[in-house]
Design a protein around this ligand. Structure first.
Ligand SMILES: [Zn+2]
Ligand SMILES: [Zn+2]
Length: 258
């Protein structure tokens, strides 16, 4: 399984930089987990291939350019773009984004080949198909309805915490997964901003380390993501200082493989 965190920041010549402002993981160039930078940073080949998008929650950094992505492909789609999300998140996307004010209700629109976008609601705790993958979602602890995910291609299995504060259900789910290759976990604010992290339901390197003590899998790759760009230097130092085996900060743009 190949996974890339799409870049979402660019230097003065347009080259990608490490700062992560938006969240979009591309799996095997076909499926994405979240869609923050999906309309901006996919390669042309990826744009032609990605038709399945899992939305963990409706925060802007996770969906910002999703409407642009659908708009871009509108005329050429020969199958709909499938948005996989809980019923609750689908309702929020319909109410707040695809509402004919912010952007069109694409789920009601068609091109010459048929519908351009459709919702595929899933239930937490029930495995569902997404492209060539299978996924199971679990509620995590964020300020809006949000899911974490375990995703498998039958050979390799990875887990995404999405945005969350301390939680138990996510760890219960991934600990009962027989084999886990990699875990993507958020670390949004530096340790000194513990109160803000708590209020906005995010983790700091310290609380992330406390969460990682609940993980029973050994020897897996742990990639820290969602580092707020304004505190990135401090966050990288604090994450490295934890000295946790297998833990690294994920690099945007790089293709990781398991
Ligand atoms: Zn969020
Ligand atoms: Zn976020």
């Amino acid at each position: 399984m190949k996974i890339q965190l799409l870049p979402s920041s660019f230097d003065e010549s347009g080259r990608a930089t490490p700062a992560q402002r938006l969240t979009c993981f591309v799996i095997d160039n076909q499926v994405t987990v979240d869609a923050g930078s999906i309309g901006l940073a996919l390669s042309d080949a990826q744009r032609r291939a990605v038709r399945d998008i899992i939305v963990t929650h409706p925060h802007m950094d996770h969906i910002a350019s999703l409407p642009i992505f659908v708009d871009d492909l509108f005329g050429e789609l020969t199958e709909p773009i499938r948005i996989h999300a809980t019923e609750e998140v689908v309702n929020l996307l319909e109410r707040d984004v695809f509402n004919d004010n912010v952007y069109p209700r694409f789920a009601e629109l068609r091109n010459q080949h048929g519908p351009v976008m459709e919702y595929r609601p899933f239930k937490v705790g029930q495995e569902f198909s997404v492209g060539h993958l299978r996924a199971t979602a679990v509620d995590v602890n964020h300020i809006v309805p949000t899911v974490g995910l375990v995703v498998t291609d039958g050979t390799s299995t990875v887990a995404f915490s999405s945005d969350t504060a301390a939680t138990d259900e996510f760890w219960t789910l991934i600990n009962k997964t027989l084999k886990l290759n990699a875990l993507f976990i958020e670390a949004s604010f530096p340790n000194s901003m513990h109160e803000l992290a708590k209020a906005s339901k995010h983790l700091t390197p310290q609380t992330m380390a406390e969460e990682l003590r609940k993980l029973s899998h050994n020897g897996i790759d742990i990639l820290a993501v969602h580092l707020k760009p304004a505190y990135r230097v401090t966050l990288v130092e604090e994450i490295e200082a934890l000295g946790i085996k297998g833990l690294k900060v994920m690099e945007a743009g790089r293709v990781y493989e398991w």
